[in-house]
Design a protein around this ligand. Structure first.
Ligand SMILES: [Zn+2]
Length: 160
């Protein structure tokens, strides 16, 4: 077992706990963080990846299976941050499919498949898409939409 600085660990736990308060998963359910500190720490210790925990492309993060459900024992595992992102891209691409796609969305999908997944535009669209579920009210015109460009494109330019 790795030596873990418990103060640091407690802080990291609190941060992750807080960061998931207002999040919903891609099916629109509120994500709950149900792991106790001890459970959380245990999962990290068993993974052997505590020392490589973080935000970089090659560091490790706690993920939920299929990114669904709550953070709880049995539904989380430790994986590389990069592979976590790839899952998000895949899902966002799947949710875009089946809608009438804008030219921009098509372009962004083709960017993703040519390996430039970290492009700024693509990241912004994913973030907007995820932020938008189940709908964001435009502060200017008051309409609510979950259109994937709503937060990124409509709201900043709305003149109503
Ligand atoms: Zn508006």
């Amino acid at each position: 077992m790795t030596d873990i600085d418990l103060n640091k660990a407690r802080k990291a736990y609190n941060q992750q706990h807080a960061s998931c308060k207002h999040r919903r998963d891609h099916s629109g359910n509120q994500i709950q963080f149900l792991l106790t500190f001890d459970e959380w720490l245990d999962i990290w210790q068993k993974s052997g990846k505590w020392a490589e925990r973080g935000r970089g492309w090659n560091s490790y993060v706690m993920s939920r299976f299929n990114d669904l459900g709550n953070y709880e024992v049995g539904n989380v595992f430790i994986q590389k941050f990069g592979s976590n992102l790839r899952d998000s891209y895949k899902r966002a691409a799947e949710s875009l499919r089946g809608r009438a796609m804008s030219e921009e969305a098509k372009r962004n999908l083709s960017i993703s498949t040519t390996g430039k997944m970290q492009s700024k535009i693509w990241n912004d669209n994913i973030a907007a898409g995820l932020r938008n579920r189940p709908g964001t009210r435009c502060p200017s015109c008051g309409r609510v939409s979950n259109w994937c460009g709503w937060v990124a494109r409509h709201i900043p330019t709305c003149k109503a």
